[in-house]
Design a protein around this ligand. Structure first.
Ligand SMILES: Cc1cc2nc3c(=O)[nH]c(=O)nc-3n(C[C@H](O)[C@H](O)[C@H](O)COP(=O)(O)O)c2cc1C
Length: 687
């Protein structure tokens, strides 16, 4: 008996028994290659989840059914050709051998993609109305094309079945073609496919009928819908209940997946994959509302991260299955850990949305904190085995994410690990980032690592400034320098950092410097720190203008994250100015004058403020690294800088008494949390 038993009660969808109530819901992985074929990487990614206990994986988010549903932008799986069938057989075998089940989401994205992908197709939609998020224009889908796409759905479902997958999920969610037909604001047709309720439902119905005719009644066919588009002219919850009941009444659907919100505007896109600024399960009520009007199982995913939360939802019967999708991206062994009473060892998703924000840029899905996710095929492990070689003494300098991950991995390998951190707390830049209004949960990344170090018995020494003498005294076999960076606010002497005219976003977020009344933030990086400083200062009552020479403030932040910043910044009347360089800052009486210059016209403007914050990234804290490197070179030892994809050298000096010296993360050059975690894992996994 475990308190989580309710999560492990098997449940049938059609005739298929799912071993527990937890699902990894459909997500575009961006791992398919060769015209949309699943790869070794793809298979191993899902195999790891099945091995970790996942009941049902719905793979292939937005997998395409037709040649003209553009897939290359998201490297989606391509079900428009029989070539996919043997690939599915590999995938199904890999998941089935661990007791999991696997289905695929199939879709035609209609207007919701790009036309300049692999086949350069014309995008099609019911009435040719453009969708702003993907910025593509589209044509009106013609009658023959509608029937062809209906047939394409059926053939795609057949390929899934022949490939041994356990079912298909029809995507009528996120404003893909089926729900584009449903929506009166997108479907303005006056023929049999538009206008009345029945006409708008017709395309989805024809798809469902054709799919059933092809795969038979025993094969699982579900549908994913939204519970409310959250659009002033969109389908609301009552409309969606009516639609769900209508399709349910056919008796042809085996499950409904329900999520909250449409996502065909920048603002609603953020709701669909709610980041850390959202509360837990913000749209559960919508799924529960749909469950009231259907008589097949309902799956709901959106910010369900915690086993207790999942348990409460299932126990209360709000839905039948909980999706824990990003939770699996962060830790594919989450279910095994729940089952084995290791809940506090789960690496919990913090909602940073690195995964989805990469996907929206057409990049492969990665986890901000778990570098092994989707790199299983490269041999990066989720479960780290003990070394069979000699036990080494490892000294890690720096308690930010890269240092903590190095210490964790080295300790999992069984080495004796000491971690030295200058500050009185662990976390490094993550701690700073977590001070901003929407970002507190990011601290979960280093909190988990700190807990793991405690469990593994790492000797963590806080308040210790490491230097060469101390390292020499500790005599490590391996020394990992993860000392991060420091704000690069003195790049331009005219900014006046040396005279103390400007401060950094770190000074602000750490509370080292009091917020000014009238603040100008100059942001050359346009990622989180600048917007976080603006959000933080304006929350404290400062009047803030954020200026960048880039395209717009926050331009480097992905599509599900910048909208939540923008909501907050607009609400607090932060002024956002693009295309201006900060030329110089000078003092005038009690004020500071910031001189700005338009990048394109050279036009100069001045701002009179009482505080100027410069966010210009970091430069490495590399002095210790170079000091140690120089010293050991003088001793005739060879040292390795972290050269990736080169296996760590077991012993660096001929005599075997040398020290392996590595540096990683921002101590090499400024990148991001994932880069530091990846550095740490790939360096230390073979120690
Ligand atoms: C990288 C990524 C890609 C996604 N792509 C799709 C998709 O193609 N189709 C879909 O229906 N949902 C997609 N989703 C949404 C997920 O299925 C899920 O609803 C969402 O992540 C919220 O659940 P979670 O909080 O458990 O992660 C995607 C999510 C992520 C993180």
């Amino acid at each position: 008996m475990s308190q989580f038993d309710v999560l492990f009660e098997p449940l049938k969808i059609n005739n298929l028994t799912i071993r527990n109530r937890i699902v990894s819901t459909a997500h575009a992985e961006v791992y398919a290659t060769d015209g949309g074929m699943t790869t070794d990487r793809y298979v191993k990614y899902y195999e790891e989840k099945a091995q970790g206990g996942c009941g049902l994986c719905i793979c292939g988010g937005s997998s395409v059914v037709s040649i003209d549903s553009p897939q290359s932008w998201w490297s989606s799986v391509n079900l428009s050709t029989d070539r996919i069938i043997p690939h599915f057989q590999n995938l199904a075998d890999a998941v089935h051998k661990h007791g999991g089940k696997i289905m695929i989401q199939i879709s035609h994205m209609g207007r919701r993609s790009r036309w300049d992908g692999e086949n350069w197709p014309n995008l099609m939609s019911p009435s040719g109305i453009r969708e702003p998020v993907h910025r593509a224009t589209c044509k009106v889908i013609e009658e023959e094309e509608i029937w062809r796409v209906v047939g394409d759905f059926a053939q795609a479902a057949r390929r899934a079945k022949e490939g041994g997958l356990d079912g298909v999920e029809l995507s009528a969610v996120h404003q893909h073609l089926i729900d584009q037909f449903w929506s009166p604001r997108v479907n303005k047709r006056t023929d049999q496919w538009g206008g009345s309720f029945e006409n708008r439902m017709r395309f989805g119905m024809e798809v469902l009928k054709a799919v059933r005719a092809e795969v038979g009644r025993d094969f699982v066919v579900g549908m994913r819908i939204t519970g409310d588009e959250f659009h002033p002219d969109g389908l609301n919850h009552e409309n969606m209940k009516e639609i769900a009941a209508y399709y349910n009444a056919t008796g042809e659907l085996d499950f409904f997946g329900v999520v909250g919100s449409g996502c065909d505007t920048h603002n609603t896109l953020a709701n669909v994959i709610p980041n850390m600024s959202y509360p837990p399960e913000p749209f559960l009520h919508l799924a529960a509302g749909i469950k009231e009007v259907v008589d097949v199982p309902v799956i709901h995913a959106q910010n369900i991260k915690d086993p207790n939360q999942a348990k409460r939802i299932i126990e209360a019967g709000y839905v039948d299955f909980v999706g824990m999708t990003r939770a699996h991206i962060a830790d594919p062994h989450i279910i095994a850990k729940i089952k084995n009473d290791q809940v506090d060892q789960i690496r919990q998703c913090v909602g940073a949305n690195y995964c989805i924000d990469r996907q929206y840029q057409g990049l492969d899905v990665l986890c901000i904190q778990n570098a092994a996710t989707s790199r299983e095929y490269m041999g990066l492990p989720h479960i780290i085995e003990k070394t069979t070689g000699p036990i080494r003494k490892v000294v890690v300098v720096g308690g930010g994410p890269g240092g903590l991950e190095s210490a964790r991995v080295a300790a999992e390998r069984g080495h004796e690990v000491i971690l030295l951190e200058r500050a009185e707390e662990l976390g490094g830049q993550i701690t700073l980032a977590s001070k901003a209004p929407q970002r507190d949960q990011i601290a979960g990344i280093t909190r988990w690592l700190a807990m793991e170090l405690e469990r593994l018995g790492v000797d963590v020494r806080l308040g210790i400034e490491a230097n060469e003498a101390l390292i020499n005294e500790l005599q490590p076999d391996v020394c990992v320098i993860a000392t991060g960076g420091r704000p690069f606010i003195d790049q331009n002497s005219e900014w006046g950092a040396e005279e103390g005219l400007v401060v950094s976003s770190w000074d602000i977020l750490s509370g080292k410097v009091e917020p000014g009344k009238n603040v100008l933030i100059y942001d050359t990086i346009c990622e989180f720190s600048g917007l976080s400083a603006a959000d933080y200062l304006s929350a404290k009552g400062s009047l803030v203008e954020i200026v960048t020479d880039d395209i717009k403030p926050g331009v480097g932040i992905g599509g599900t994250t910048f909208p939540t910043y923008y909501r907050s910044l607009y609400e607090k009347e932060v002024i956002m100015t693009s295309d201006f360089l900060l030329e110089k800052v000078y003092r005038e009486g009690d004020n500071l004058v910031a001189v700005l210059e338009n990048e394109y016209t050279g036009q100069r403007e001045e701002r009179v403020v009482d505080q100027v914050v410069v966010e210009n990234g970091t430069r490495p804290n590399e002095e210790l690294y170079y000091g140690l490197k120089e010293a050991s070179r003088n001793k005739g030892q060879i040292n390795n800088e972290a050269l990736f994809d080169i296996k760590p050298q077991p012993v660096l000096s001929e005599s075997g008494d040398g020290m392996i010296l590595w540096r990683l993360g921002d101590c090499v050059s400024q990148r991001n949390v994932h880069a530091a975690m990846y550095d740490a894992l790939r360096l230390c996994k073979d120690l």
